[in-house]
Ligand binder design. Structure first.
Ligand SMILES: Nc1nc2c(ncn2[C@@H]2O[C@H](COP(=O)(O)OP(=O)(O)OP(=O)(O)O)[C@@H](O)[C@H]2O)c(=O)[nH]1
Length: 299
């Protein structure tokens, strides 16, 4: 993100160099005994904090007038604080007025720009919040969210897969990962449905933290989740499934009563294969694989 702000940063550096050169050329160094070190400490920390603000703005803000105001505002404060620090080490005999003008005038202007920038930032946040809550209402009204985990539900999965099949390039790989919590019925029975609900929410959050932002996690129903993995060939989806199974097994605590079973499926989407067919086949293959594994374990 910071590269977008390179011109503003270069301008700020140039202005600071000019300010420091002027301050150096106008002032005489003070003897060490005349330096007030507590003032130096306080002013240096203030300067560092202002630099930290600037760092946060350039690291996280996109380009635009709000960012320009924030950068210019913090830049002017940095200028003022830097010159303020300088006059702890230099004295300005006979040039007091130009020096104090150089040092003091930018601070109120910087504060003004910062205030305008922060007001713009808050306005942006209100707009983003309004849009997000509008989207959430839409999803809830159209029954596309699972009420327990707040993940998308099976209707949304079908809709998302249909869109993916329509829009993706023909050679772009696409996979589905079916994830089942084995032993969940026993867990429910032992600890109660409320604890079961809590475990489902925990597992959904755990899964969300382990997937790429472009993937989509849905609660298909009961203890079954489906992850839609765009741009993912089957072997990579298989590896992800194994990784999730292994990591979940190492989680310990109450989740140790259950295990995850994952199975990956390549989505073809050709020869008239629709989203419901692909999802249905993936779930059927998953159930067959689970039954086979359970028989093998029971023998
Ligand atoms: N607490 C809770 N339980 C649920 C919810 N939805 C479904 N269940 C229960 O989840 C269990 C799912 O059953 P199964 O799929 O047989 O569970 P399992 O023991 O993991 O069996 P396999 O997946 O076949 O290994 C049932 O007991 C359901 O009553 C829910 O929202 N909350």
């Amino acid at each position: 993100m910071w590269r977008q702000h390179l011109p503003s940063l270069l301008l700020l550096c140039a202005a600071l160099c000019v300010g420091c050169t002027l301050a150096l050329s106008l002032g005489q160094p003070k003897p060490l005994s005349a330096i007030a070190w507590y003032d130096v400490l306080g002013e240096a920390v203030t300067l560092l904090v202002a630099c930290g603000w600037l760092g946060l703005v350039v690291a996280y803000r996109p380009r635009g007038w709000v960012s320009h105001c924030l950068i210019a505002g913090t830049g002017l404060l940095i200028w003022s604080y830097a010159l303020d620090l300088f006059d702890e080490f230099f004295e300005y005999v006979g040039v007091d007025h130009p020096q104090s003008l150089l040092e003091s005038a930018p601070a109120p202007l910087g504060m003004l720009l910062l205030t305008v920038g922060v007001a713009g930032w808050m306005r942006e946040q209100r707009i983003v919040h309004r849009q997000l809550s509008g989207r959430e209402h839409f999803l809830r009204d159209h029954r596309l969210l699972d009420p327990l985990t707040k993940l998308y539900n099976r209707a949304y999965l079908q809709h998302a897969l249909e869109r993916e099949l329509e829009l993706r390039a023909p050679d772009e790989p696409l996979s589905l990962l079916v994830i089942d919590v084995e032993g969940f019925a026993r867990y429910n029975h032992t600890y109660g449905a409320v604890a079961g609900d809590r475990l489902l929410v925990r597992i959904s959050e755990w899964l969300l933290m382990r997937m790429r932002p472009s993937s989509l996690l849905c609660r298909y129903g009961g203890d079954r989740f489906v992850m839609l993995l765009p741009d993912t060939p089957l072997p990579r989806a298989v590896r992800l499934g194994r990784l999730l199974q292994d990591r979940f097994a190492k989680l310990g605590d109450e989740a140790a009563a259950c295990t995850l079973r994952c199975s990956a499926h390549a989505v073809d989407g050709r020869n008239g294969r629709t989203a419901p067919t692909e999802i249905g086949d993936a779930l059927a293959a998953h159930s067959r694989a689970s039954r086979r594994a359970q028989w093998a374990a029971a023998r």
